[in-house]
Design a protein around this ligand. Structure first.
Ligand code: ZN
Length: 91
């Protein structure tokens, strides 16, 4: 950790862990600036990542770039491709 005041390296002088899992660290830098940091486990982000929809495999065609399996099948069957598949409309 570098000092936010003078940007010199700072040493951890004290670490405290709260019951909610947050860690507080007190630092002292080479120029005797004191500052603290708080470290928290980011649960919300992990949850958001877990809820991300599974992405379809993407294939690459020289003419069209990245395409979906559906587009690839269409290209193989018809020699044509729909580069912008119409979004599925909710009922
Ligand atoms: Zn400093």
């Amino acid at each position: 950790m570098k000092c936010p005041v003078c940007n010199k390296p700072a040493d951890v002088k004290e670490t405290r862990t709260r019951q909610d899992g947050a860690k507080y660290r007190r630092y002292l830098c080479f120029n005797n600036h004191r500052f603290s940091t708080r470290e928290v486990v980011v649960k919300a982000k992990e949850k958001a990542l877990a809820q991300r929809p599974v992405q379809e495999p993407v294939y690459h065609l020289r003419q069209f770039g990245d395409v979906t399996k559906e587009q690839l099948d269409r290209y193989i069957a018809t020699g044509d491709i729909n580069p912008q598949p119409s979004p599925v409309k909710p009922n």
